[in-house]
Design a protein around this ligand. Structure first.
Ligand code: ZN
Length: 87
């Protein structure tokens, strides 16, 4: 579903993935979390990427939190970086 109040350009996708990367180091605040969810609702490529990430790590406060395995954060950050660079 498209949220016309949240228009975004490809650059926004990159910014969002950077936020995802930041999340891996520190938990996102509610506002950032909501921004990411809204973006994904309107952006099919981002939604697909996020669904992939979500299978491995829950990245929003209202998701069930679980511990991240040792070393996992670094690996996922690499994946996110590749998404940013390819986007
Ligand atoms: Zn996007």
């Amino acid at each position: 579903m498209i949220d016309a109040t949240q228009p975004h350009a490809p650059g926004d996708c990159r910014a969002m993935f950077r936020q995802l990367s930041e999340y891996l180091d520190n938990e996102l605040d509610d506002v950032t979390c909501e921004h990411i969810r809204r973006h994904a609702d309107a952006c099919i490529p981002c939604k697909a990427c996020m669904e992939t990430l979500r299978r491995t790590v829950d990245f929003c406060k209202n998701s069930v939190s679980r511990p991240v395995p040792e070393g996992f954060s670094e690996r996922l950050k690499t994946v996110v970086q590749q998404l940013v660079e390819s986007g």
